[in-house]
Design a protein around this ligand. Structure first.
Ligand code: ASP
Length: 305
């Protein structure tokens, strides 16, 4: 029984972009489910789905990633392969098209779990990955606007930045994730992001950290979105996987994990989860989280905000 679910980040989607965002997650989940339908692995399905979202400038990952305070793009990505507790991740990578594929290479071609900064950049070069500029004009315009506000004192440090995020929920919008289980019952989770607008150079979010933004075990897998600093402190995806080890299904695990975070920290959070029986689940404490899923036997994916 295979299934796959993707998310396109928590945070409000402006009206004029709703259709395109829903079409984006639907297209990604369809491509991932096609891999699973032709007996492909959950690992291939997750990578396929996330690469499509990384190429879609509407989402905050790959091309279209948000800019740091200094006007750069520094991307984080991770892949978690449940059966072997496999994990590969990169942090602070610039100038490549598909961070998720590089994260997979870290898992498959090195003895490490996480490469960051210039070392990750050098690894990409060694792997023969061509340079690619992920900065779009639309993000550059947003960056100028937010940075001006910040410099006027609207957001002078992290607490103020949080207030600015409340005013502009699109700050948080667009990290992507995918979680799949294949016919063999093997679960993979992946997440890719540009992080959060105006982050300090060198800031690493939850996405590439095991158990924070991304995690998978033989019982299930999860990918989260929202303020990364809170995911790191609560280990939200590890919590969801622990719930599945204790017998909850994917929906129970996702609701339980988001409730746990909301009760403690009250910051924005969303999660997608798949269990090894083919169950899918998602939960968020925000009004919207773009998502789509497909389970074997369905004729079309379900997609929404
Ligand atoms: N979790 C991401 C980060 O903090 C942001 C997001 O999910 O939108 O890097």
């Amino acid at each position: 029984m295979y299934s796959i679910i993707v998310h396109g980040g928590v945070g409000a989607v402006s009206h004029d972009k709703e259709e395109a965002v829903i079409a984006g997650v639907r297209g990604a989940v369809k491509a991932g489910s096609d891999v699973l339908a032709s007996s492909g692995s959950s690992l291939d399905a997750v990578e396929t789905a996330i690469k499509i979202l990384e190429d879609n400038p509407l989402f905050n990952c790959g091309t279209g990633s948000v800019l740091t305070f200094d006007g750069e793009v520094e991307m984080d990505a991770a892949v978690a392969y449940g059966p072997a507790l496999g994990f590969g991740a990169i942090a602070g990578i610039k100038n490549i098209q598909h961070p998720i594929s590089l994260a997979r290479m870290v898992m498959e071609k090195t003895d490490h779990v996480l490469l960051q900064g210039s070392g990750a950049q050098e690894f990409a070069r060694m792997m023969g990955i061509a340079p690619h500029n992920p900065i779009t004009e639309e993000r550059r315009v947003q960056w100028r606007e937010y940075r001006e506000k910040f410099l006027r004192g609207d957001a002078g440090d992290w607490p103020k930045l949080k207030a600015l995020m409340k005013e502009h929920p699109e700050f948080m919008h667009g990290t992507v994730g995918a979680v799949a289980v294949d016919e063999k019952g093997e679960v993979t989770a992946g997440t890719s992001t540009g992080g959060v607008f105006l982050k300090l150079l060198g800031r690493v979010g939850d996405t590439p950290l095991p158990g924070a933004g991304t995690y998978a075990t033989k019982f299930g897998g999860a990918s989260s979105t929202g303020l990364g600093e809170s995911m790191m402190r609560t280990l939200i995806t590890k919590t969801a996987c622990d719930f599945m080890r204790m017998g909850l299904d994917a929906q129970g695990a996702s609701s339980g994990a988001v409730n746990m975070l909301s009760n403690i920290l009250r910051t924005e959070a969303g999660i997608i989860v798949v269990d090894n029986q083919g169950g899918v689940g998602f939960a968020q404490n925000t009004p919207q989280m773009a998502h789509a899923y497909f389970k074997k036997g369905m004729s079309e994916p379900v997609a929404g905000l």
